[in-house]
Design a protein around this ligand. Structure first.
Ligand SMILES: Cc1cc2nc3c(=O)[nH]c(=O)nc-3n(C[C@H](O)[C@H](O)[C@H](O)COP(=O)(O)OP(=O)(O)OC[C@H]3O[C@@H](n4cnc5c(N)ncnc54)[C@H](O)[C@@H]3O)c2cc1C
Length: 498
């Protein structure tokens, strides 16, 4: 409910940045280097800092040609291009191009992996995907570069200090109300506030509202991204965009009491399939889940569209598969930064004992345990076995090299859960990284960057989110720092909501 509450300011800064991932770090570094006093507010405790950025694969899409980058962007946006201005695309392309030099200046040593997701699209030969140094993806190697750059500057960071509201004076954003140590604090922004607090991967209500066909889905990254920037943006009149564009859903396992979903570790065995509630297969099971799925988009009948999952979904396998290696990946990406959340057993027996994996000596018995018609499941498994023996998947064209009959009892069933790598939606921003109101005008002194209100509206090139964090983080930080210093002297003000 909207109400006016008089408060006095507890702290002040020139620029307040909300959320410490790549976007927030970049905005904070840039605003600081432009002469602003910066406060960075982070909801997570220090041990869990870094958001999705830290636990990501740390890949950056770097276009080597600005004009080709624009073509590639427009080809990927396709029919969802209409609300993205040419100025915005121009700025995106040129700042994405500028990322490499900026990152090298901070100490990155770019190495490349071949990863053009849509080679058939116009301009695709501009795509380079960079990581920091040679080696496997992830490992926080780029995060460490950015984290060190933040630490080298006098940027105040408030951990466990979630922003809960933006403060408005008239139309202008004047500060932030945050929670710290069990109480609310009011922080004055003399120049501007920058929202960089990520998406809504861990907000079930927003998922139901904004993503078609999913009742429940979970993050494979940080659990702290709960759509706070969307709620705060709505409260001050922001227009939303790209809310239904998500990287996912992919299929994962969500254990009770563990806040994030676990990647599946599928490639080690062959005798498994996925079935829907009616007992039928619905996809070419692959690694990590479906072959041909590019960040949640699939080509059907010649057209790219959103991956749709017929939940509830179960993975069915036999004793040979059970023994062939751990199915859950123990949230590997979280291990280094957040402590081991769960240690998945190598033979999957601990998870059978926990009841996460159901077992029966017969396929029909297994079907009853998971509330599927036994005859339907028996028919699907029998058909899968025939395809595996024949060396050809007549239903979904899964490679026969990755199929084997479910020949050895007992049999197992594990329920799979839709999960997101990240969401793209949030308050709309323009080429200046200003947040745009429902009236079409920028909301004065409010900026944003990162996956919160990302530019990506449809198909997505891997590395694009992190590239955009740096691109628009710099724009937001620069423009926020260059706002004129507030002349307000009064110690009281109005909150937009309480
Ligand atoms: C496993 C995984 C792999 C990925 N790999 C890649 C990749 O290789 N390349 C790529 O481009 N993209 C990748 N992505 C996506 C990419 O990592 C993210 O989209 C991007 O890092 C988002 O950065 P951000 O700074 O916008 O948000 P985040 O890095 O998520 O940071 C947001 C921060 O805001 C904080 N926060 C939330 N609410 C509040 C609040 N109310 N107050 C204060 N703080 C708040 C959160 O705790 C978090 O620390 C991957 C994502 C995942 C999960």
């Amino acid at each position: 409910m909207m109400s006016k509450t008089p408060v006095s300011w507890d702290q002040e800064a020139d620029v307040i940045v909300i959320g410490y991932g790549f976007a927030g770090a970049t905005a904070a570094i840039t605003a600081h280097d432009a002469g602003a006093k910066v406060i960075l507010l982070e909801k997570a405790p220090e041990a869990h800092k870094g958001g999705n950025s830290r636990v990501s694969a740390n890949l950056v899409f770097w276009p080597d040609d600005i004009d080709k980058a624009k073509l590639y962007f427009e080809a990927l946006a396709g029919p969802f291009m209409d609300d993205i201005s040419p100025e915005m695309v121009q700025v995106w392309a040129s700042e994405m191009h500028a990322n490499r030099a900026w990152l090298e200046g901070l100490g990155m040593t770019p190495a490349e992996i071949p990863y053009i997701e849509f080679p058939e699209a116009a301009g695709s030969d501009c795509v380079h995907v960079l990581l920091n140094g040679e080696g496997p993806m992830g490992g926080e190697r780029l995060w460490h570069v950015i984290e060190a750059a933040v630490a080298a500057r006098s940027i105040d960071i408030g951990y466990e200090t979630p922003a809960i509201r933006l403060v408005k004076e008239g139309k202008t954003i004047a500060g932030v109300i945050a929670e710290s140590g069990g109480r609310q604090i009011a922080i004055k922004a003399n120049r501007a506030v920058i929202l960089t607090c990520g998406g809504f991967e861990n907000n079930q209500k927003m998922i139901r509202n904004y993503v078609d066909g999913l009742a429940d889905a979970y993050p494979v990254g940080t659990p702290y991204n709960t759509g706070d920037g969307i709620r705060m943006g709505i409260e001050v009149g922001a227009e939303l965009w790209h809310m239904n564009n998500v990287s996912g859903p992919l299929l994962s396992f969500k254990a009770p009491d563990i806040p994030v979903a676990q990647w599946l570790n599928l490639p080690h065995g062959k005798s498994f399939l996925f079935v829907a509630k009616d007992g039928t297969r619905f996809t070419m099971e692959g690694d990590p889940c479906f072959t041909g799925d590019l960040h949640g988009k699939v080509k059907r009948h010649g057209t790219w569209g959103q991956q749709v999952l017929p939940v509830p979904i179960h993975m069915i396998f036999d004793e040979t598969y059970r023994k062939s290696g751990h199915i859950g990946r123990a949230t590997a990406d979280w291990d280094a930064s957040h402590g081991k959340l769960y240690d998945w057993s190598d033979d999957n027996l601990r998870e059978v004992e926990k009841g996460w994996i159901k077992t029966s000596d017969t396929i029909g018995g297994l079907a009853k345990l998971i509330d599927i018609d036994p005859a339907a499941l028996e028919a699907s498994v029998a058909q899968f076995d025939r395809f595996a023996e024949a060396g050809h998947d007549g239903a979904w064209e899964r490679s026969a090299d990755h199929m084997a009959p479910l020949a050895t009892p007992p049999f197992y069933a594990m329920e799979l859960t839709p999960a997101f790598v990240n969401t793209q939606g949030g308050p709309r921003r323009n080429q200046n990284a200003e947040v745009i109101g429902v009236d079409g005008d920028p909301i004065p002194r409010l900026y944003s960057a990162g996956e919160l209100g990302s530019i990506y509206s449809f198909l997505y090139q891997g590395g694009g989110n992190i590239g955009e964090c740096f691109a628009f983080g710099r724009i937001a930080g620069r423009n926020a720092a260059h706002e004129t210093s507030s002349l307000r002297a009064a110690p009281t003000l109005s909150l937009v909501a309480s």
